[in-house]
Design a binder for this molecule. Structure first.
Ligand code: NAG
Length: 188
């Protein structure tokens, strides 16, 4: 008994292929690899601003892409120091300078940072029922981590707006809740 002739089978394969590519297209962004965490050497991994440290043997996804940007791009707001000696590491990538945490500045995940294309431009952030404007000064690296250069912190997620305390203040978030917030953002 023949149940699958060559033509239905061809359609089946086509449907399978197109749904696969559609899923990748709509999902927009899959991991481009994984890195294995190693225990930070003594004195490494500054845990200020609730920074996470890599765990030995844990696998962390890396991303070269971020979800597409639209007028209400969903993201997670995190807290970062852009000052010298803070948990942000070296000076900001856009201008090779440190920034006061009293100024509203952010680092974006690698895909959104998009090879410095948003450097020193403002984005508008909606969160906690409020709106804030912040300048992009740095990259939150989604492609590397768990090494000396990244203070043994995991790679950034691909949907992060990593913000100075001025941004959290502008959004009116109570200090006890600083660190993780669902937001949307768009180019200002
Ligand atoms: C970004 O916003 C700040 C504060 O509102 C403003 O002073 C600055 O001119 C803006 N920068 C750009 C490039 O639009």
């Amino acid at each position: 008994m023949e149940t699958t002739g060559p033509i239905p089978f061809a359609f089946f394969v086509l449907a399978l292929l197109s749904s696969h590519f559609l899923a990748v297209e709509v999902g927009g962004c899959s991991p481009s690899g994984w890195i294995r965490g190693q225990t930070p050497p003594p004195g490494q991994c500054n845990t200020g601003d609730q920074s996470e440290c890599c765990k030995n043997g844990e696998e962390y996804p890396i991303f070269r892409c971020s979800p597409p940007v639209n007028s209400h791009t969903r993201a997670h707001l995190t807290l970062n120091s852009f000052e010298k000696g803070g948990d942000g590491g070296g000076p900001s990538e856009c201008d090779n300078k440190y920034h006061s945490n009293d100024t509203p500045v952010v680092a974006l995940s690698t895909g959104w940072f998009n090879h410095e294309s948003r450097c020193l431009r403002n984005i508008t952030i909606h969160g906690n029922g409020n709106t804030a404007v912040a300048m992009v000064v740095d990259e939150c690296d989604s492609t590397q981590g768990c090494d000396d250069e990244h203070d043994y912190q995991p790679p950034c997620d691909n949907d992060i707006v990593d913000a100075s305390r001025a941004v959290w203040e502008a959004l009116g978030v109570p200090k006890d809740n600083w660190g993780w917030l669902d937001i949307t953002w768009t180019d200002a």
